[in-house]
Unconditional design. Sequence first.
Lengths: 345, 231
Amino acid sequence: MSTKPSATASLKRVSRLAEHRRESARALSRLRSAPAATLITLLVIGIALLLPALLLQLQRAISAGIVALESEANISVYLDLGVSEIDTKRVSEQLLQLDEVDSLEIITPAQALAQLGETAGLDSEFLASFDSEVSIRSQSEEDNTRFSPRNPLPTTLVVSARASGDETLAEAAERLANQIRGVERVESVTVEGAWLARLQALTQIIRRTAQLLGLLMAVGLLTAIGNTIRLSVEQRRDEIRVSKLIGASDGYIARPFLYSGLFLGVGGGLLAWLLQLVVVGLVGHEIGQFLALYAAEAGSSGAFALSETLQRAGQELGLLLGAGAFLGWLAALVASRRAIAACEP
Amino acid sequence: MITFDRVSKRYPGGQQALANLSFSLARGEFAFVTGHSGAGKSTLLKLVLGIEKPSGGKLVVNGNEMGLISSKMLSLHRRQIGTVFQDHQLLNDRSVYDNVALPLEISGLDPREGKRRVRAALDKVGLLSKEKLLPMALSGGEQQRVGIARAVVNTPRIILADEPTGNLDPELSAEIMALFAQFMSVGVSLLVASHDRALIDGLGYRILTLEEGRLSAEANPHSAGGSANEH
């Protein structure tokens, strides 16, 4: 005699959809029946997802700022004090020959002094007297090609670097600076983009930290959700034993627990997103100011990050919900499978 | 329906629960398994249900060889057996109705289709009016009848019962046995473990007596008092 399907098999079966609806409703009611444990698990998930998400956001905000600044990677070339106009012209022509040089601007000592006065907020009258003194002295010596030693500022060539190939602008600027250092009449060279490179390195650190933290948090989350599910399975040991005795498969028994894990993960993801909005609201202003400082240094208008960050909120929500759902489901799958197998009748 | 062929069962501790047991139960047959506690009654039922596997011999239940059955087939196998437990094994957080509906839910039957069947099963055990109550609100006898309704709702081919009258007074016990007899008449095979000789001797069905894991006596309604020692 072979195993014939039981009489029920030939009857109308419940639809897959209705079955899943029933199991998910059951999972929800189980979560609701233990509100304290559910809430704690949600908080754990929310915070665990929040930390790497925030770090990634910070990194992205700064990176966005860097992209806006990167076109500004300049090199200041200071010539020897008292260099002649002819020499200045010769040096600048020599520099313009270089491939890496995009453009070049000459700032004479007089212009530099005026700029200094402006940015330092020096009394304009005092500055004017200083300037006239310089010109009087220059005239008295009847040597227009030499600047007065009273003006301590050198002639400056501001060189914009141009990146070639897959080189970053900062790298190109650094290489160019080394080249320029060898040029005659050049006193010293400063790469203005150096702080940019440092900032870039910082964002790399933040990014790596976020990735590592995310990985650790994922492991922690799997453990935390898995533990909640395992406890939930153990609480229902009798029910599971009876269900097995009357023919329930492990998969059937696991289904509401998988939904529990999924719901916990999605709920935790949502919580992480809300917390993130709060945190960004609280410190976003400070991040904006921090970036604006760099923007001022680079002379860029720099309206970054915050508005963009908020625009990304929808994308972030999707990512957090997805990560939560996947981790919750995976944790429940592993934990419930083992716990259910252990409930032998 | 059930064939034991020189089946033995030895537990990992070394305890010999069943030794060289052979008998078979036909379709629509009602048999009692009796004996002192520890004689192997529970082990016998566990083997039929696939909770334990035989350590020797061959056991075929409803076409499945129980020593070789896969875990996937095992759950299908159990769906075709209605089991009544001594301690009811009802789910206390679900209503009487939901308890009885559980086997149908596990089989994936449409709940609307199942409704008629659950009602019929509850009607048969006389508990239709209590379908909305939780099991704890019922008496021991009523809980046992809920267990019976759950065992029969899926129209099984085999009904197993482990001390179904263990905690009940004689009157209720007789009622439950009468209920079982009704299922026998529609072609279901029943195997009922009971130590209540006073009750089962009077019913006139086949009685298998176990002693230290061996079949020590077999009483039969057709050949009353007949003994078959299987060695």
